[in-house]
Write a protein that binds this ligand. Structure first.
Ligand SMILES: Cc1cc2nc3c(=O)[nH]c(=O)nc-3n(C[C@H](O)[C@H](O)[C@H](O)COP(=O)(O)OP(=O)(O)OC[C@H]3O[C@@H](n4cnc5c(N)ncnc54)[C@H](O)[C@@H]3O)c2cc1C
Length: 408
């Protein structure tokens, strides 16, 4: 029986583990975090990815964990709504907020719980991979060295698997110039199921505008900041230093920002990152393949869906090829190619549309949005997400031999 090592237990990793178990494969998942990380940002499951989660039989718990967000509004400093986009206005998958919006930690937990028999190694990471004729020898930071048949990097945009296993120069990360922070936030506002976005012009050293967002989640609120900047050097493990960067960029801002900054300092689930796109021609090298953000990061609101669809196809192709990675890996990438290309598009309106740099630009964007929401062709302003989310004919693997993956 094939034994696959997966690095990363967020969305792509546990989804892949589920499907591999379903085809009778042994699976070990190694995750750097000490335990499954709860919370996280609100993410959307769109188009073909909805079909995959239906095939996994987990639509019910996903619906039960819905964040409760049913629209997004641009607000002014007095929280008056300048433009509104309800999730229904664009169908189930085509808007800023999809019909299925769930916290990343909740979706991860649902995927982990969906499959029995997966071995999870938390608080560990791969340190070396060495391929031999019969398998792949892996050393870990903590666990004893082991041999697997195959290894898959589902460890996100800064994938360690990619760095270790792929030749230098075969991949690169293109910086978008947009930084974001997410955390549990306090607010005095009644969000009533709406995500609110307050835009501010450039300031405090940013290269374009800034915005602050609040959205409801499980009776509380999550806060998010975005800003545009030239490259910022920071230590990924130094959370306090990252909070200082954000506090500097938003110092002196009005609306709910001072309250959000206060809760940011207290938050133990703070996340800060620059958004980027992974560019690489080939997602596999020898016995190692990549899935999710490790190879497809860079979309607008489609990262989760591409991770789910990628996991489904990678596992299906491996099962179809009887575990022969030389057949399965190229078939997986071929099946994903057009879908990923359709979804790796820049933000509609570019950085300036998302983060207008002046008060005038913000007013203009809000007015435009208000008008477009009244037009029949309003989905055009979403840059065709509604079509891109379904730009794949999901292969049917239902005739492949299967095992029961959840006995509970
Ligand atoms: C602020 C923000 C907002 C977003 N909004 C949306 C949205 O609205 N819709 C949407 O679809 N997507 C959104 N995304 C993107 C979405 O979160 C990702 O596309 C999705 O989570 C990809 O899943 P993944 O499993 O491939 O990677 P990730 O979720 O990045 O997970 C990678 C995992 O690997 C682990 N890991 C990293 N390094 C190692 C290592 N060396 N060893 C072991 N484990 C390691 C990490 O701890 C993590 O658990 C957003 C992302 C962010 C940051």
């Amino acid at each position: 029986m094939t034994h696959v090592l997966i690095s990363g237990a967020s969305i792509a990793g546990p989804a892949l583990a589920y499907w591999l178990r379903r085809y009778g494969t042994d699976v070990t998942v190694v995750e750097r975090a000490p335990a499954p990380r709860a919370g996280g940002q609100g993410i959307d499951v769109r188009g073909a990815a909805r079909t995959v989660v239906e095939r996994m039989g987990v639509m019910e718990p996903i619906r039960a964990a819905h964040t409760g967000v049913h629209g997004m509004a641009y607000v002014d400093s007095r929280s008056r709504r300048m433009a509104e986009m309800s999730s229904e206005a664009f169908g189930d998958s085509g808007g800023v907020i999809a019909d299925i919006e769930i916290l990343r930690g909740d979706l991860m937990r649902i995927f982990i719980d969906a499959a029995d028999g997966v071995e999870y190694l938390f608080d560990d990471t791969i340190t070396a991979l060495s391929e031999t004729a019969g398998g792949i020898d892996v050393t870990f930071e903590h666990a004893a060295p082991r041999r697997f048949d195959l290894a898959v990097g589902a460890d996100g945009i800064y994938s360690a698997t990619r760095r270790i296993a792929f030749p230098a120069g075969s991949w690169r990360i293109v910086d978008s110039g947009i930084y974001r922070a997410v955390f549990t936030a306090a607010t005095s506002l009644d969000l009533d199921g709406w995500e609110l976005m307050y835009s501010m012009p450039a300031g405090n050293g940013t290269t374009a505008g800034r915005n602050a967002m609040l959205y409801p989640a499980h009776g509380g609120a999550r806060g998010m900041f975005h800003f545009a900047s030239g490259p910022i050097e920071y230590d990924r493990r130094d959370i306090e230093a990252q909070k200082r960067i954000v506090a500097g960029v938003f110092a002196g801002a009005d609306w709910e920002v001072p309250r959000m900054l206060e809760s940011m300092w207290r938050a133990d689930d703070f996340y800060f990152d620059g958004a980027g796109t992974v560019r690489m021609d080939t997602w596999h090298h020898g016995r190692v393949a990549l899935v999710g953000d490790a190879c497809t990061a860079g979309s607008v609101g489609m990262g989760t869906s591409m991770a789910i669809v990628g996991a489904y196809i990678l596992a299906g192709e491996l099962a179809r090829a009887g575990g022969d990675h030389r057949v399965a890996y190229p078939a997986y990438q071929d099946a994903m190619r057009d879908y990923v290309a359709a979804n790796l598009k820049p933000l509609p309106g570019g950085t300036k549309g998302f983060l207008p740099a002046t008060e005038r630009g913000i007013r203009l964007r809000n007015t435009l949005m208000r008008w477009m929401m009244r037009l029949p062709g309003k989905s055009l302003m979403m840059g065709g997400i509604d079509k891109a989310v379904n730009a794949i004919d999901l292969p049917d693997y239902s005739t492949l031999p299967r095992t029961t993956v959840n006995t509970s």
